[in-house]
Ligand binder design. Structure first.
Ligand SMILES: Cc1ncc(COP(=O)(O)O)c(C=O)c1O
Length: 475
């Protein structure tokens, strides 16, 4: 067994709790506390001393740093959303340019708003067969760096929401050749580097800083996340200040302890459990391939898309257009039958498989998806790639300036040609299809309205029907 200092401290407190004259307000009063609240401990005052003097958190973070080979690690209870914003505040100063994948998560976009950065957008390839986002060509990023030699960093999303992994090592070499760091949003990549059939994680590939969600592909509590960084090109003092500045002063001890435990499990049994996930995902893909019209994304996507290094073999991605089934209706039936999917829109399913799955859970998910798709078969339709993968924005203003600009809400038709003052985010995958500072394009509005009408959840805007859009007021 490896050390689990935070997790052990959490257990110790539960076994022998003090009478707290600290927050949280439930005070562990047995009359008020049920089994849910009984597990709620603050990090500071229960798991770690109020002043942080035991060094338990620092030890747990150091163990992660050693396992991933990072000089610095910060545990977060605010998801990778927190890390993305802290990274944006670290890499550059207001007004600076950064080269950013336009498939960025909305949290990184708001990091650009917070930091006042100017994005130089680069868009990954689209896989022609599936309409899904594919790899980010290194030459595209190099061209952006050559056209903007004053850019201060490159920020990529690897793996993509649908499991594509670009050649991060080549990206790191290219960024470093231009004298800038490479930051990777690896929210979906906490398991990378821990099985021989998986690609290396971003730091192993040479990136300078990554953020990853411990709750997504490994076994942390919901919200658990961490940032890992190398000191050569990252100002670690600034990163720590940004990370702590944006972090709650009252982190949950349970969430923090779960990161320690997730790291230990990955270290001790990661390869074994990931091996099961990889084998069973492949078995499920084989079964899905037998279903007429169902598109099944697997290793072959990397053969078709030159910028993809590989497809994450734990990731199952299905395209439904060829079956004629409406994914939203199928997902509703699946939910009633006890199967919830991470990503389900009209055309695409992405049931997340992790090292927490067993052959039994994966077989049941496969059975139920096949049954529900067969029940909903219809006329095959053409694939329509999601706006989130294809959007090619015309940027007219800095995201920060547009976010803070005087604004007005107008009917969508009148918004066309004006500058957006809000973001419009189909969720999942959480990529802004329209963002503050971008010119509202008729094609984007029409595509988003069609997605909303087809059942995709549109978020982070004032009017999710998109009948109206918030735009920058004209002088
Ligand atoms: C690429 C990407 N980055 C960041 C996040 C945010 O992660 P979290 O939910 O842990 O805040 C997500 C969430 O889905 C994501 O897809």
């Amino acid at each position: 067994m490896t050390d689990t200092p935070l997790y052990d401290a959490y257990r110790r407190f539960l076994e022998d709790p003090a009478t707290p004259f600290t927050v949280p307000g439930h005070k562990r009063n047995p009359e008020l506390v049920d089994e849910l609240l009984a597990l709620d401990l603050p990090l500071y005052g229960a798991v770690e001393a109020l002043d942080g003097s035991t060094g338990i958190l620092a030890r747990a973070e150091r163990l992660v740093g050693e396992l991933w080979g990072a000089d610095w690690c910060g545990f977060s209870v605010q998801g990778s959303s927190h890390g993305n914003m802290a990274i944006a505040l670290t890499l550059a100063t207001p007004g600076d340019k950064v080269v950013v994948a336009r498939t960025l998560h909305k949290s990184l976009f708001f990091g650009l708003v917070l930091a006042g950065l100017e994005p130089v957008w680069v868009r990954p390839d689209i896989d022609a067969e599936t309409g899904l986002t594919a790899g980010m060509p290194v030459e595209r990023v190099e061209a952006a760096l050559a056209a903007h030699p004053d850019a201060k960093a490159v920020l990529l999303v690897e793996p993509s929401y649908v499991g594509g992994v670009s050649d991060v090592a080549a990206h790191a070499r290219a960024a470093h050749a231009h004298g800038v760091p490479l930051a990777v949003d690896a929210a979906w990549g906490a398991h990378l580097g821990f099985h021989p059939l998986l690609p290396p994680h971003a730091l192993q590939a040479g990136a300078d800083v990554l953020v990853t969600s411990v709750h997504k592909h490994i076994t942390g509590f919901t919200q658990s996340s961490m940032v890992l960084a190398q000191r050569e090109r990252i100002d670690l003092e600034r990163l720590e200040a940004a990370f702590e500045g944006l972090h709650t002063t009252s982190p949950s001890g349970g969430i923090m302890a779960s990161i320690d435990r997730a790291r230990a499990l990955l270290q001790e049994r990661g390869a074994e459990l990931l091996g099961v996930a990889i084998d069973e995902a492949e078995r499920a893909r084989e079964r899905f391939r037998q279903v007429e019209g169902l598109g099944v994304v697997g290793a072959e996507i990397a053969g078709r898309s030159p910028a993809l290094l590989m497809h994450d073999p734990t990731k199952i991605v299905l395209t439904l257009a060829g079956t004629g089934a409406d994914g939203i209706a199928v997902a509703d039936v699946l939910e009633r039958r006890g199967i919830t999917l991470e990503f389900a829109d009209r055309d695409t399913f992405c049931p997340v498989i992790t090292l927490g799955d067993t052959p039994g859970t994966i077989a049941r998910m496969t059975d139920e998806i096949i049954r529900a798709v067969e029940e909903h078969r219809g006329e095959p339709r053409a694939l329509v790639p999601l706006t989130a993968w294809t959007v090619d924005p015309v940027t007219a203003m800095l995201p920060r300036d547009a976010f803070f600009a005087d604004h007005e809400r107008v009917p969508a038709a009148q918004a066309v040609g004006r500058i957006a003052a809000e973001s419009v985010v189909p969720y999942p995958p959480g990529i802004p299809a329209l963002a503050p500072g971008e010119v509202v394009q008729a094609s984007v509005v029409e595509a988003l309205q069609a997605e909303a009408a087809a059942g995709t959840s549109i978020r982070y805007c004032g009017d999710p029907t998109l009948e109206t859009i918030l735009v920058v007021r004209e002088p």
